[in-house]
Design a protein around this ligand. Structure first.
Ligand SMILES: [Zn+2]
Length: 274
């Protein structure tokens, strides 16, 4: 299957521009953690590449869960920094939405949040309990709470937690690897080699953490920048980082067993690689 048949960025292949474009034209950008306004028009999202998108609050779930975007997997989440979202969290309602989606994003703990840590822990534990029974791709926030988050995985293991914007030490990274974690690396983290040199290649994904109000069309550039930074550390081509991210996603999608819940476009890329 060609890039044109997959339906992504055929214009780049036609132009043939750039150094490592030949492989990039086969694989679209893959963003393991970004955000969109769920009210945004579908046409706008076609410019973003493939994205595992996070929602921040129960208010967003209704809108996001009814969308059908071919290259955006809408996750449901409850951001630990948002008092209103945490207060509105209802485990039964969360479970009902989470049954129907491949992705849970973003959830977690944040030691800098105004939300009391016991409230954050209550929400996080409810969600981990669900995911332990019903595996999903889970993107986890751990700002200033890396050790606490890992403690929760020890308490209630889940299949493949994805730590987003990870800033743990090398020792914490090793502990996270033992707990089965993957790491979606943001450009701010990729600049600091100390944080990701301890990340094994087969645990690596890349992310934009693109803001809700930022233009979707900017995501491919942001992903390319992270890929470039990671490629410098791994001493490989940027296109190799992209291929690695897709291979890692395919492996965890099958491990978790959520392929049937992913959008058509993302499934076509996963199948195309096989
Ligand atoms: Zn985020």
């Amino acid at each position: 299957m060609s890039a044109r048949e997959v339906g992504l960025f055929p214009e780049r292949g036609e132009q043939g521009a750039g150094d490592a474009v030949s492989r990039d034209t086969k694989l679209p950008p893959l963003d393991a953690h970004g955000h969109f306004d769920p009210q945004r028009a579908s046409e706008e999202l076609l410019a973003s590449g493939c994205v595992l998108a996070g929602t921040l609050s129960p208010e967003e779930w209704d809108v996001a869960s009814s969308r059908r975007d071919p290259f955006v997997a809408w996750g449901i989440g409850c951001h630990p920094r948002l008092p209103r979202a945490q207060a509105a969290f209802d485990p039964r309602r969360f479970r009902a939405f989470a049954e129907e989606t491949a992705v849970i994003s973003e959830i977690g703990l944040d030691a800098g949040s105004r939300v009391p840590i016991d409230v954050q822990l209550g929400t996080f534990r409810e969600i981990l309990e669900f995911v332990a029974e019903t595996p999903r791709l889970v993107s986890i926030h751990s700002y200033a709470a890396t050790g606490l988050v890992l403690d929760e995985f020890e308490r209630r293991p889940i299949r493949v937690p994805i730590l987003h914007w990870w800033t743990g030490s090398a020792a914490e990274t090793r502990r996270a690897v033992e707990l089965g974690c993957l790491f979606s690396v943001h450009s701010q983290v990729a600049r600091r080699s100390v944080h990701h040199t301890a990340i094994p290649k087969d645990r690596l994904l890349v992310e934009s953490d693109h803001g809700v109000n930022d233009p979707p069309a900017a995501i491919p550039c942001r992903i390319e920048w992270v890929e470039h930074l990671v490629s410098q550390h791994l001493k490989c081509q940027r296109s190799d980082v992209r291929a690695l991210a897709w291979a890692n996603l395919r492996r965890i999608v099958d491990e978790v067993g959520v392929r049937n819940l992913l959008p058509d476009g993302i499934c076509r890329v996963l199948e195309w690689e096989e």
